[in-house]
Each structure stands twice: as structure tokens, then as C-alpha cells.
Design a protein around this ligand. Structure first.
Ligand code: LLP
Length: 417
């Protein structure tokens, strides 16, 4: 459920009419709903009393999103020093931060140790050795979990699947025991848990069940070797509806978690990203032209793949709704909704049945709260778009639209020019 809806024929974010917002701040812009984000956090966390919910910052690292979640008690799953800084700046406590990622540098490790974060999720033996050295140099110990790769097929898009053997993520179950034994010998390391994350936008629950069952068995093997396991980080990955499809609800996911972790006596950690932020945001764009070419209709909008790359990169579906509800007699056609970027792949929707909009009309791309703004770029020298958050009838710009001066100021000329 989300709080984007029509009121008197105008699409609203909570109590804020989006046509007014577009008039005031220009297009394109992202718009986030506090009520939706809050509801998603409460539903998810409500299933796991006592667990650490570490929101995956990569989904949307805007400070206003992070602070809204931090105030509800959320921790953070981070993958870079930048994300640690964002989480801390938003008021997330260091003891609620877990650090994932296959390429942590010594500098990032030192920074995380200085801040005393809760846990490093280690993804390789060389990373483990380096982390120990960095910790020893700082006269401290790093608390770790090893991210295991349970080799299950998460049945999701190939570019966001992580839990199968061929992926770069985690350590295969057959090698993981040796890594734990090595970790137990290292002076800079304290072993505290196991972590797993098998992919994103999972729309079936069986892969979770398979992965968690394998991890459960592995915790038993570790304990049999007298390796103490106190935390179990089950990652993120729960999918969301992008259209009208039925998806497993958090309570069905929670049943599986409860079944597979019963009696393990571990502190549970989760790293949800999309399920919290995805449907809490939309991208509002204006139609620049409608063009007909060889019998095909193109709706050309002012947002591009640089602003929302998911359709181009993953063939992802995003619902598209008009901000002003069209009247009944507007013609319906199969149209391509495309951006202005000079790439054939700059397509938001191909052959989508829509009431054909006119130049100047506003459209909203739904489900753009996760991996929307956070993956945007300035490709084609297009400034990063504004981001707005609403809360009831209140609204605030939470990231200014980048100016052309800011865009140009990043480059410097060499002295010979
Ligand atoms: N934990 C780890 C270690 C991750 O790698 C990820 C996502 C998450 C948690 C959060 O997963 P979520 O709950 O959001 O599914 N850009 C892609 C998704 C990439 C996901 C990367 N890792 C997309 O737009 O679909």
C-alpha cells in the first residue's frame, strides 16, 4: 500500500497535489512519501521484534529518507565509506551499521573501525586478512560475519542475482568453514556471525527458504567446531509489486524466517532496501513532444535514463500514470514512452497501452523510490534532478536540482589549455 493517489482528478503524494509541485519546482523530480516509508518500515520490522533492521542505503541514500528511517529505529547496511558517512549524518547509530561489499579498501575499513560499526560482512579470504591487519594497526578488533554464498537460484533478473555459484558475491559453503577457522586465528578479528544475501527483487519465497535452510545447517556445523555464532544476517531482497502482480507479503517471508531460525538463538539482522523505499517514491516528468513515426506513437518526456536507469538496465517495468486524470474520451494507444537521451535504450515503456498524453502533460513513474535517484547520473550533461519529500500536507525539497554552474564546475582544465 502506498500514499500516492488521485484526489479530485489530480494525482497526489499524501495531501500534496503533484501538478502544483511540478509548477513550483519544475520537472523532472523525485517525490517521496513519509507515510509510505513509515508504513513499510513498521510492517517489516513489526514481524521481527528484537531484530536489527539495517536499511540498505544503496536503495536511496537521501539524508531525509535515512533520517526518517533512523527515527523509526532503523540501522543501515552500507557498502562504502560514503554510505557510512551518510548513515551517521542521518543519526543512525554506529552499533546499528553493517558493512557489506566485495571491495572494501583498507581506508574504508579503518574508517569503519574508527566509528566502531557493528559488523563487517566479509566476502573473501584476502579481505579477511587485510581487515585483521588494519584492525591490529588500530589496536582494535573487527567484528565479522562471513557472507556465505549458498548457491541457490534466486529466480530474479540476472543482473541482480547474487546467491548463485558464478556470482562475485560471498564465499561458497564448501570454502566458508576454512575461512571461519582462519578468522578464529586472526588477532584483529572477532567472529560474531554468518550473513547471506541471494539477490534483489525476489518474487518467490522458495529461494529464501532454501538459502536460509543451508545457512541454518552451516551454523550447526560452525558451532560443532566451537565457533561461536551470535548474529545471523539474512540480507535483503524481498520483491515489491511494480504493476498489478501478486507478490509474497512480508508475513509469508517472516514465516519462513521464523521456521528456519527457530531455536538458533541468534540476533537476527535484515538488510531490506527496495521493500522499504521502492513504492515510497515516484518520478514526475513532463511530456515534451508526442511524435508519430511509421504508425508508432512516441511519448517523449523530459526525464531520461540518466534519471531512472532501471528500465534501460534491467528491462524493468514501472507503472506510468497521468498526474491529471484524463477524461473518458481521450484516445488509448500502444505507445513508447521515451526520454531525450541519445541512446536507443532510453525507453521507459515499450508498447504500453496508455491514454495518449499531450505535450505539456505530467506523468508519474511509480515505484521509483529505490534504485532511482541513487543510480542517477549526469549523462548527456543533464543536471541531477530535484528530490522532494512530503509529509501529510507538508513538502520540502530534500535535494536541490543541480545547477548548470555546479555541473560545469566539476571539470578543470590542464595548464596547457
Ligand atoms: N544487502 C546486500 C548485501 C545487497 O547487495 C543488497 C542489494 C541489499 C541488501 C538490498 O536489497 P533489496 O532489499 O533492495 O532487494 N539496482 C538494482 C538492485 C540492486 C541490488 C543490489 N544489492 C535494481 O534497481 O533492481
Amino acid at each position: 500500500m502506498d500514499h500516492f493517489h488521485y484526489k479530485n482528478g489530480v494525482y497526489h503524494a499524501e495531501d500534496v497535489p503533484l501538478d502544483r509541485l511540478a509548477q513550483d519546482i519544475g520537472t523532472p523530480f523525485y517525490c517521496y512519501s513519509t507515510a509510505t516509508l513509515t508504513r513499510h518500515y513498521q510492517v517489516f520490522s513489526g514481524h521481527f521484534p528484537g531484530a536489527k533492521i539495517c536499511y540498505a542505503v544503496k536503495a536511496n541514500g537521501n539524508l531525509a529518507i535515512l533520517k526518517t528511517l533512523a527515527k523509526l529505529g532503523s540501522g543501515a547496511d552500507v557498502v562504502s565509506e560514503g554510505e557510512i558517512r551518510l548513515a551517521l549524518a542521518a543519526g543512525v547509530r554506529a552499533q546499528d551499521i553493517v558493512f557489506s561489499g566485495v571491495g572494501k579498501t583498507a581506508g574504508e575499513m579503518a574508517f569503519a573501525l574508527e566509528k566502531d560499526i557493528f559488523q563487517f560482512n566479509v566476502e573473501s579470504l584476502p579481505e579477511l586478512e587485510l581487515l585483521s591487519e588494519v584492525a591490529i594497526a588500530r589496536k582494535t578488533k573487527a567484528r565479522i560475519a562471513v557472507r556465505v554464498n549458498p548457491d541457490v537460484d534466486p529466480k530474479t533478473h540476472a543482473k541482480i542475482a547474487t546467491g548463485h555459484k558464478a556470482s562475485k558475491f560471498g564465499i561458497g559453503m564448501d570454502q566458508a568453514m576454512a575461512v571461519y577457522k582462519r578468522a578464529a586465528q586472526l588477532k584483529g578479528i572477532t567472529v560474531q556471525g554468518v550473513s547471506v544475501h541471494i539477490g534483489s527483487q525476489l518474487t518467490h519465497l522458495e529461494p529464501f527458504a532454501q538459502a536460509f535452510a543451508r545457512v541454518r545447517a552451516f551454523v550447526g556445523e560452525l558451532r560443532a567446531q566451537e565457533i561461536a555464532i551470535a548474529t545471523l544476517d539474512l540480507g535483503g531482497g524481498l520483491g515489491i509489486p511494480y504493476g498489478k502482480e501478486e507478490l509474497p507479503l512480508p508475513d509469508a517471508y517472516a514465516d519462513i524466517v521464523r521456521r528456519e531460525t527457530a531455536g538458533l538463538n541468534c540476533q537476527l539482522i535484515f538488510e531490506p532496501g527496495r521493500v522499504l523505499a521502492g513504492n515510497a517514491g515516484i518520478l514526475v516528468t513532463r511530456v515534451v513532444y508526442v511524435k508519430e513515426n511509421e504508425g508508432r506513437f512516441f511519448v517523449i518526456v523530459d526525464a531520461g535514463m540518466n534519471d531512472l536507469i532501471r528500465p534501460a538496465l534491467y528491462e524493468a517495468y514501472h507503472g506510468i500514470v497521468p498526474v491529471i486524470a484524463p477524461t473518458g474520451d481521450a484516445p488509448t494507444e500502444l505507445v513508447d514512452v521515451v526520454g531525450p537521451v541519445c541512446e536507443t535504450g532510453d525507453i521507459f515503456a515499450e508498447q504500453r497501452l496508455l491514454k495518449v498524453p499531450k505535450a505539456g502533460d505530467l506523468l508519474a513513474f511509480r515505484s521509483a523510490g529505490a534504485y532511482g535517484a541513487s543510480m542517477s547520473s549526469t549523462y548527456n550533461a543533464r543536471p541531477l534532478v530535484a528530490e522532494v519529500m512530503v509529509n501529510g500536507s507538508q513538502r520540502a525539497v530534500v535535494r536541490r536540482r543541480q545547477t548548470y554552474e555546479e555541473l560545469l564546475a566539476r571539470d578543470q582544465l590542464p595548464q596547457w589549455l
